[in-house]
Design a binder for this molecule. Structure first.
Ligand code: E4P
Length: 217
């Protein structure tokens, strides 16, 4: 299972990268704005900086909602670095643009996916990744994990190569449940990754080992 970090915060990206288990980064316009990154040039430069900080795939989202605009922006983003994955919204123009980029061998991430039918369309369009937003479904009393499970079944039935990128992951249990369901990738905040480290028995066990070692030295 790949681990992506869902942030535009460079310090957090570097911290996750330093752990040695990071496979990539996802961003979106809201995450960019949260870091105070505004204006087309600054945003492009920030993507370059993120690519420099990590080894894996970096999802960069188009803002255009029309097909021609998505192609123009997507090509500009893809030209920044081979690590860039063009992130496209799940609307008709996004599906069409996804097909265009996949035919050209440019990686894509179809985002804002909330149903199995949308995920099926993304796979048909040759998406590299599909991003079902499980946390946002949970927020409205709908089982986000069930969507991951449905997509897994559909993709396995037809051997679609599109990778399920569980997005809108909020906490460690989402990560574990997605792993159990066979999600290919998860993207979440740094806390959803570092939280996996924690166990009181690890802490007390290590304290005991160190104390016992100190007795003999
Ligand atoms: C995915 O690519 C999105 O950036 C993200 O996971 C959305 O998460 P949120 O629902 O916590 O905003």
């Amino acid at each position: 299972m790949k681990f992506f970090i869902d942030t535009a915060n460079l310090d957090q990206i570097k911290e996750a990268q330093a752990l040695g288990i990071l496979d990539g980064v996802t961003t979106n316009p809201s995450l960019m704005a949260k870091e105070g990154i505004t204006g087309a040039e600054n945003i492009l430069q920030h993507y370059r900086d993120i690519c420099e900080a990590v080894d894996g795939d970096v999802s960069a989202e188009v803002i255009a909602t029309d097909y021609e605009g998505m192609i123009k922006q997507g090509e500009e983003l893809a030209a920044l670095n081979p690590q860039i994955v063009v992130k496209l919204p799940m609307i008709a123009a996004g599906v069409k643009a996804c097909k265009y980029f996949s035919d050209k061998g440019i990686k894509t991430n179809v985002t804002l996916v909330f149903s199995a039918g949308q995920a099926l369309l993304a796979a048909k369009a040759g998406a590299t990744y599909v991003s079902p937003f499980l946390g946002r479904l949970d927020d409205i009393s709908t089982d986000g994990l069930n969507l991951i499970s449905e997509i897994r079944t559909i993709y396995d039935n037809y051997a679609f190569e599109t990778q399920i990128l569980a997005a809108s992951v909020r906490h460690t249990m989402h990560v574990i449940d997605c792993a159990k369901l066979g999600s290919d990738v998860m993207t979440g905040p740094l806390s959803s990754i570092t939280g996996l480290l924690r166990h009181p028995l690890t802490d007390s066990g290590l304290a005991q080992f160190l104390a016992d070692y100190a007795k003999g030295n």
